[in-house]
Design a binder for this molecule. Structure first.
Ligand code: TRP
Length: 463
């Protein structure tokens, strides 16, 4: 790979001209930086717990490999071919007059919905750095950790201020133009987060009821796999790989022309699945040992992680480190989400980047606040039986991202065509990815759109 890097660095590809990534490893790390975030540490454990454990995990892994991975390859290929924001890319690649660029517009809306609840979860993680430092939450007593989390989310002022703080922090990074620097820091710190997760797994596995936790996570009870469980698992697969709304198309636009797309996406996917697995192994043995409810919902990680840390020497300090690293991972993912609306407003509306950033932040403060208040002031304000927080989470993962996936698959399968797709996956025939290209193209053209649609219609009980 090193040899590849030097030859490519001396050749000015269009991707480099667009200030793209400069090394093959850089591409991998940056893509991973978008994929790995609270989806791994927070959403995966909570959904696995809420949907019955191993059966859900199995469907999630299948959905990741069979549906999300092909769509990810498609999305990145389109981005690299278009080399612009999603709207412009789709306009360039589609035949004249066909409105595929609307997908870019839908993606921008999806980004706002996701950011509206994601920013609140990031806010909890930031707040937990402070809580961890105070020592108040270091306990294996469910009542103590649940009360601490409850106190945070049911306090409207704290929830709002932490969220606005997070938005100001992310906005600051974008306004100062130091995104690249932050990504570089993320890259360096990720291995430490990984080590900490491994340590947590070791601690959790030594607990009394570790076996029960592992059985929950790895021994499927097929009777628990309902249509809505399948939809949730598929939505999670999309969410975790950051696909279906233009983030990966935007990242693809920075990909170098000599980057091996199938290899990169497979690596990102594998790493992303493994990190989630570690989070699961760290959490579920503790859930059963200390008597937490696996179905605790979005609170799950926040109430169980302190219990694991309470079992080890220097637990308090290590827990602070854990939440700092989780904050950084979340920041990387959030920046990749922000990139979509900011790039669209900047490149399409001709606004300066600061103006685009400020407008995005302003809208997020408004919309996001409804998520922040979902466990306090707005707890009874429900649409379709869900608070704004739950609704944004549900609609984005279970509807918008899958619909985005359907259109990406249809576009590549029926409009862009095999010729161009195969040239993209093989870098104009230089790589031996011909068979992969054929198989993935077949999936995109015939299988993915129908499968995603069916899962959605069944899961949403449309029929
Ligand atoms: N994948 C990220 C996570 O797991 C979240 C994320 C970043 C995302 N960009 C996205 C989700 C785009 C959907 C679409 O935390």
């Amino acid at each position: 790979m090193a040899k590849n890097d030097t030859t490519a660095a001396t050749r000015l590809t269009p991707a480099l001209a667009r200030a793209g990534f400069t090394s093959s490893f850089g591409v991998l790390a940056a893509t991973l930086g978008s994929a790995v975030g609270l989806g791994n540490i927070w959403k995966f454990p909570y959904l696995t717990g809420a949907n019955g454990g191993a059966g859900f995990l199995l469907v999630y892994v299948l959905a990741t490999v069979l549906v999300a991975l092909p769509v990810m390859m498609a999305e990145i290929s389109l981005g690299r071919a278009g080399k612009a924001n999603p709207i412009t890319t789709l306009q360039t690649l589609a035949p004249k007059g066909q409105p595929w660029w609307l997908m870019g517009v839908a993606g921008m809306l999806a980004a706002f919905l996701i950011l509206s609840f994601y920013s609140e979860v990031v806010a909890w993680v930031f707040a937990y750095v402070v809580k961890a430092a105070s020592g108040a939450i270091l306990s294996s007593d469910p009542q103590v950790t649940e009360a601490a989390f409850g106190a945070l989310i049911s306090d409207p002022l704290q929830s709002l201020l932490w969220q606005w703080g997070v938005l100001a922090f992310i906005g600051g990074i974008l306004l100062l133009g130091v995104t690249k620097g932050i990504e570089a820091i993320t890259k360096k710190l990720m291995p430490i987060l990984l080590l900490l997760l491994v340590l947590l797994c070791a601690v959790s596995l030594s607990l009394d009821k570790a076996v029960q936790g592992l059985a929950f996570l790895f021994q499927p009870d097929f009777s628990k796999i309902t249509a809505s469980v399948v939809l949730t698992a598929m939505g999670l697969a999309f969410f975790k790989l950051s696909i279906g709304m233009g983030t990966m198309m935007t990242y693809g636009s920075y990909f170098r022309d000599d980057q091996n797309i199938p290899l990169t996406t497979v690596r990102v996917m594998a790493a992303d699945v493994c990190i989630s697995m570690l989070a699961g192994i760290a959490i579920f043995p503790a859930v059963f040992t200390f008597g937490f409810a696996p179905t605790a919902g979005p609170a799950l990680v926040f109430i169980t992680i302190p219990a694991v840390f309470s079992q080890i020497p220097m637990g308090q300090a290590l827990m602070v480190v854990f939440f700092v690293l989780a904050s950084i991972a979340a920041t990387g993912a959030m920046l990749s989400l922000m990139e979509v609306p900011v790039a669209i407003l900047h490149e399409r509306m001709g606004w300066s980047r600061p103006k685009a950033t400020l407008l995005t932040m302003g809208l997020l403060v408004l919309l996001g606040s409804t998520s922040a208040l979902s466990n306090s002031t707005l707890a009874d304000f429900k649409l379709a039986g869900m608070t704004p927080f739950d609704l944004f989470d549900f609609v984005s993962s279970n509807i918008l991202l899958p619909v985005g996936g359907i259109f990406i698959a249809l576009f590549v399968g029926w409009v862009w065509g095999f010729e161009k797709f195969s040239r993209s996956l093989t870098n104009h025939g230089q790589l031996h990815n011909h068979r992969v290209a054929r198989a993935v193209f077949f999936l995109l053209r015939y299988v993915s759109p129908a499968l995603i649609l069916m899962v959605m219609l069944k899961g949403l009980k449309v029929f």
